[in-house]
Ligand binder design. Structure first.
Ligand SMILES: [Zn+2]
Ligand SMILES: [Zn+2]
Length: 253
């Protein structure tokens, strides 16, 4: 599995982009950053997008991707996967012909540019050559994380935004890599808990819920204002092969 980090930041600053992870050039986990990182050809190679939740930093580049597709009148469409609650928020508040055109009704060729498909937590489904399962996580709006298994058996687990949670960790089989959020430093634990996020200390407790430790742990969603401190605190929790993701970098997992 080839993982390209389009963004892995908990905010936007120069060099820091909101979360989106491109798997093998075609399957996208969250849509916080797309066009700022990918050429037109690379954008048109995206077929499916797994959305963790409706927050703007995770969906904001999707409307621009749809616009780029329709401008070229390509015979292309994207399928957005997410919980029904997430898709409804997107449809009613973004693709509503007010904030942005309703690309679920606008066709590039015969098909709508954007198609929506709801996922049920705990139930696995297939996308192309991947087997995907959503699991509920603990955030301020309905949210899931995803486990993605490729044809060679490689497994990646992505938490999305979450505070301390259980289902996704207890359901996890042996995974090659985990992408998990740490948004705040340990000193801001109260705010992390209130807003459905993790600190390094809270992450250590959550990773201990996994039956088998993951091969690698990648950290996402750190607030850039505290990134130095978060990096230090991540090192202290003594988890093997743990590192902060770098925006723009590609990882082989
Ligand atoms: Zn969020
Ligand atoms: Zn977020």
């Amino acid at each position: 599995m080839r993982l390209k980090v389009l963004g892995s930041s908990g905010a936007e600053f120069p060099g820091h982009y909101p979360p989106a992870f491109l798997i093998d050039g075609k399957l996208l986990l969250d849509g916080g950053t797309i066009g700022a990182r990918l050429s037109e050809a690379e954008q048109f190679a995206i077929k499916n997008v797994l959305l963790t939740h409706s927050h703007l930093d995770h969906i904001r580049a999707i409307p621009f991707l749809a616009d780029n597709i329709v401008i070229k009148n390509k015979r292309h469409s994207i399928m957005l996967f997410g919980m029904q609650e997430t898709l409804t928020v997107l449809k009613e508040n973004v693709l509503n012909d007010k904030l942005w055109p309703d690309f679920t009704r606008i066709s590039a060729a015969r098909e709508p540019v954007v198609k929506l498909r709801s996922v049920i937590p705990g139930k696995s489904f297939r996308i192309g050559g991947y087997t995907v399962q959503a699991s509920r996580v603990n955030h301020t709006v309905p949210a899931v994380g995803y486990t993605v298994k490729d044809q060679t058996g490689g497994r990646l687990l992505y938490s999305g935004d979450t505070g301390p949670t259980d289902a996704i960790w207890s359901a996890a089989k042996k995974v090659d890599a985990v992408i998990v959020e740490v948004s705040f430093p340990n000193s801001m634990e109260a705010l992390a808990l209130k807003t459905g996020h993790l600190t390094a200390r809270l992450l250590a407790a959550d990773l201990a819920k996994m039956k088998t430790p993951p091969g690698r742990v990648f950290i996402t969603h750190a607030k850039p204002q505290y990134i130095g401190l978060i990096r230090k605190e991540i090192k202290k929790i003594r988890v093997k092969r743990i590192e902060m993701l770098r925006d723009g970098k590609t990882y082989e997992i």
